[in-house]
Design a binder for this molecule. Sequence first.
Ligand code: DGL
Length: 265
Amino acid sequence: MVSPIGLFDSGVGGLTVLREVRGLLPEVDLVYLADQAWAPYGERTLTTLRTRATAIAQWFVHQGVSLVVVACNTASGAALHELRALFPAVTFVGMEPAVKPAAETSTTGVVGVLATSGTLNASLYADVVERHADGVVIIERPGVGLVDLVEAGDLDSTVPLLRKYLEPMLAAGADRIVLGCTHYPFLINHIAELVPADVVIVDPAPAVARQVATMAPDAMGSGATLLMTTGSLDTFTEQLARLGLLGPGTQVGATDLAQNASDLP
Ligand code: DGL
């Protein structure tokens, strides 16, 4: 039996990564965990994020998963190093804001980055900017409130917030807008309406999916998708239906991770 690939996020955001992975690996089995009991992650402390990420990784190990995609920029920034150290037998693929491709292709030399406060404050992000944004002006804005609205399925209510966050980026001449949170690709149409047509919106999910496909070239299974939440199963099921993510071969469930609370490393 080939082990499934695991992915997790604070909520539905990481499903923007899952759908890319599914597109490249139609036969692999996927297990997704939305940690909605603890969402949003964006304003949480490093300690909390690391504790949650560790509990989730342990849960994936119990499911027989050996490749975990941390489909969340905030959790990647907070916990990727720790996860790799604590679970050496597991391969972790993380997210980082796509500053590199944006900086390389920008013609104005100005790049906007929209991400959670947690991601923007993490050393992972500082490293990315230092390594890849030499000579490029980066205008960052924390997307406060956006994740809650995406979780609530109230995408239209994000428009005033998006306008406020994008305005300084556009005023400075940004021609690339990096989506530094996996919830934001659900807002891509709303963002596109607020920026000039020649501004490119950069979503790292396709590149992350290609990386996953490289790491699991022979992954085979039955193409099953199991979507789990630590929150309310009813709410999660409604969200998935609204986002059009409940296809054939997809099962939905809930877990509180309690079975693993006592055996964390
Ligand atoms: N989707 C997440 C990210 O990529 C988490 C956002 C949140 O829960 O605040 O950062």
